[in-house]
Design a binder for this molecule. Sequence first.
Ligand SMILES: Nc1ncnc2c1ncn2[C@@H]1O[C@H](COP(=O)(O)OP(=O)(O)O)[C@@H](O)[C@H]1O
Ligand SMILES: [Mg+2]
Length: 392
Amino acid sequence: MAMRLIIYTGKGGVGKTSSAAATAYRLSDLGYRTVLMSTDSAHSLGDSLEMKLGPEIVNVKENLDVLEIDIIHEMRTKWSEIQNYVSAFMLSQGMGEISAEEMAIMPGMEMIAALFYVNQFNEEGTYDVIVMDTAPTGETLRLLSFPDVTNWYINRAFLVIKRILSIARATVGKVMDMPLPSKEVMDSVEEIKDNMDRVKIILEDPEVTTVRLVLNPEKMVITETMRAYTYLCLFNKNVEALVVNRILPEEAGEGGFFSEKLKEQEENMELIHNAFDPMIIKQCPMMRTELRGEAKLRYMAQQIYGDEDPAIVYAKSSPMKFVTEDGVHKLKMKMPFVNSKEVELFRLDPSTLMVHVGSQKRNLQLPDVLSGAEISGAEFKDEELVISFKRS
Ligand SMILES: Nc1ncnc2c1ncn2[C@@H]1O[C@H](COP(=O)(O)OP(=O)(O)O)[C@@H](O)[C@H]1O
Ligand SMILES: [Mg+2]
């Protein structure tokens, strides 16, 4: 079996960590070699599992490992070449040396680390399933869009560095007060790029990586979840299921105190169905006590999945596809809950199209046949953005 990656995401506090931990328990009980990995810097897997976790992988039980990524630890133990170069560069600019700790707060470092682990686990074949517990939506969207963005920058940075290197070779003496990157540094940068290319393939394979959106039956949460779904489609992620968590049971209304709330909840459940049907919608009731520890996590898994195997892929389609219709090349992107005024397209360079929707943008690498091809039109059809290219 190929590896599976199941990502839980959603607004803060809705139950992502609990759902991820519950799923991981169930999977390991079923015999899948499972790793539960948190990319949220405000880690709470330790609380959820009621155990002490560290920056290294911890074995929790048979078939279940847990990893809370600690970026400072990662920085101290990995990529020393890059760090050395950045430090030397900063020093040459009179900025003083940079420590692993300072480097760790540079934007994106956590994400590179998380994505590297996904690659590593995939290549080593250590696990059957990775369950990813993530930070609230905005941060996670950054994580998932990261391979596109970094590769665009790295490609350009590479051109610049190569040019500097060729000038330096042709000139005797020092060209500028900047240490030139060593072969090791260039190799590390190349390695980051390769890693990002490979992880992108994993993340965009709809049968390998799937996203499950966790939400509560509350108006504001639903609105944010709809938005998250739109953006996940933009980043070509297979969102296959919803987990509606903290549903008040009927009997909560009987005493009167929650009766209004229950009515509201009913309306909100309808709202969820109207927006998301026919997507798979799982449910989990609000429990009487905090949801912590093995027994409750197993109970939660039973509520969400019943007797199903959570490693199933519920729906297998990619939101984005390139097609040729009547000799015209088209890019079709599923884009739910969007109106055409919210979408902007920019050509960054012949082979990169930037698609801007609401607060998110994506640098889309066009296939070779479309490199340089002019866009002849873009239209919305059944919640799908269809971009047509001129024949070359
Ligand atoms: N169905 C539920 N019933 C009762 N408490 C819950 C439920 N789901 C989550 N919780 C509790 O709510 C808090 C937030 O849940 P958590 O899974 O950490 O959310 P997130 O990771 O989305 O921030 C935790 O204290 C957790 O125990
Ligand atoms: Mg959490």
